[in-house]
Design a protein around this ligand. Structure first.
Ligand SMILES: [Zn+2]
Length: 130
């Protein structure tokens, strides 16, 4: 958290609004900056995945605070600079807590990431996926 927000950590977390939804995983609503989290995912998702998702989405919260455009449509999901930055930070944290490249790949492989995109993403964040 401190790596993301520095000395603004308390202030940002105190003001961060979390909205619950009933499907999907987690994302940042770019119109109001709220973190939107699926209640079923929170209840039954893998705790490590959820933790890494929180890190990833908080990176997007910071990007929004910096005035960055989160969803520039000329990029694919895995090439968008804001995504690459968020994934890089998340993978760094995943390594810090001791996850293997294989486990990190498993985390990165979601239903909206194709095999070729996964390879590209893995390369961008400097891990090897088989
Ligand atoms: Zn993202």
């Amino acid at each position: 958290m401190r790596g993301i927000f520095g000395e603004r950590t308390e202030e940002v977390l105190r003001h961060l609004k979390v909205d619950l939804t009933w499907f999907g995983y987690m994302y940042v609503n770019s119109s109001n900056g709220h973190l939107v989290v699926s209640a079923p995912y929170l209840n039954s998702g893998d705790k490590v995945d959820i933790y890494l998702d929180v890190i990833h989405e908080l990176c997007h919260v910071r990007q929004l605070m910096e005035g960055k455009e989160l969803f520039e449509s000329q990029y694919s999901h895995v090439e968008r600079p804001t995504e690459v930055e968020a994934y890089r930070y998340t993978v760094q944290e995943a390594k810090r807590i001791g996850l293997s490249d294989e486990r990190i790949c498993q985390y990165l492989k979601t239903e909206w990431v194709s095999d070729s995109d996964l390879k590209r993403l893995a390369k961008a964040v400097n891990i090897t996926c088989h």
